[in-house]
Design a protein around this ligand. Structure first.
Ligand code: NAX
Length: 319
């Protein structure tokens, strides 16, 4: 049996975590031979609700779950963790400007970046789910000078899977038959799902007028119907993102990672790219796709948005 590893999850009493924690504890994220100790971070006012979630975790009697830490203290939350899933974030409330949302979250993620730097395992892999995810990842990584920027990423796997599902339904083929599709840019309505390398025969008009906007706006559509934002599907994507990052993947997946300059993106911005995961946190960007002018134009818009977000959070970027 392997030694247990410590996994931190923030926003642990929230709705995404309510789907996520049980699946991590069952072994779906790191494998059925990997025991885990969960470190759950919450705001002080949500610790009672978190206690209830932990009672339910206990009631599942998961053989792989070797301990649970519940805390609102950053040092305790990140002590010796090898994986961190930063889910908790300040939601946008009525009348709040986008700039305020960016700055409020920048404060949360700069503090969490510092705490990860000081307390987490030096090889810790950190996934940012809380929005604005790409810029939050940039802020956390910038405040963690002793950790590699490549060990931070932001989640665009849900967008990736939404795109696969749309294509599968349109062409009546299995999702597993669709390869070489990727999300480029920001996890926002400017993201660009690129189908040009899939080898599928698609009507260009459908792709531009229906597919791309459907993927870009799917999150808002879910809210319209469900009354609250995607939770189980977001948890599923977080799990798959971490699984592939830690253990490797056969297929190309989408992850927002620090740009190495590929596809003319300014270095260091956290941008979604087609990525191959090799296991143990190693990945390479697939950097040889020939994108057409339409795609390049769309991706540039999304990158411009990321640059504007970076400007808006200014001084909270340490390095
Ligand atoms: P909830 O509001 O249900 O839960 C968030 C939890 O985080 C709350 O319990 C809150 O007390 C806690 N929290 C807030 N600030 C915290 C802090 N500084 N430290 C620790 N805990 C803190 O939101 P939920 O639906 O779970 O969504 C969480 C985040 O995921 C949101 O920012 C949301 O926008 C984002 N999403 C990102 C997606 C992606 O694809 N990257 C998709 C789904 C989701 O929209």
């Amino acid at each position: 049996r392997k030694k247990p590893v410590r996994v931190a999850v923030t926003g642990a009493a929230g709705q995404i975590s309510y789907s996520l924690l049980f699946r991590i504890a069952s072994g779906e994220m790191l494998g059925e031979d990997q025991p885990v100790i969960l470190h759950l971070l919450e705001q002080p006012e949500a610790l009672k609700a978190l206690e209830g979630v932990v009672m339910e975790l206990e009631d599942c009697a998961f053989p792989l779950l070797r301990g649970v830490v519940q805390t609102s203290d950053l040092a305790e939350a990140f002590k010796s963790v090898k994986y961190a899933l930063l889910v908790g974030a300040k939601p946008r409330t009525k009348g709040m400007e986008r700039g305020d949302l960016l700055r409020d979250n920048a404060k949360i993620f700069s503090a969490q970046g510092k705490a990860l730097n000081d307390h987490a395992d030096k090889s810790c892999l950190t996934l940012v789910v809380g929005n604005p995810a790409n810029t939050n990842a940039l802020i956390a990584a910038s405040n963690a000078p002793d950790l590699a920027p490549e060990n931070f990423s932001a989640m665009t796997r849900l967008d990736h899977n939404r795109a696969l599902s749309q294509l599968s339904a349109k062409l009546s083929i299995g999702v597993e038959e669709i390869k070489n599709m990727a999300i480029f840019g920001n996890h926002s309505a400017t993201q660009y799902p690129d189908v040009s390398q899939t080898g599928l025969t698609l009507d260009d008009q459908w792709t531009k007028a229906t597919f791309v906007p459907n993927v870009q706006n799917r999150g808002a559509e879910i809210i319209k119907f469900r009354g609250s934002s995607s939770a189980a599907s977001a948890a599923d994507s977080a799990l798959k993102h971490m699984h592939d990052w830690a253990l490797g993947s056969e297929e190309i997946v989408s992850m927002a990672i620090p740009s190495d300059g590929s596809y003319n993106v300014a270095k260091g911005l956290y941008v979604s790219y087609p990525v191959k995961c090799h296991g143990q946190g190693k990945y390479t960007v697939v950097d040889d796709w020939k994108l057409n002018d339409y795609a390049k134009q769309k991706i540039d818009l999304s990158i411009k948005e990321l640059q504007d977000e970076k400007k808006a959070v200014g001084e909270l970027l340490k390095s």
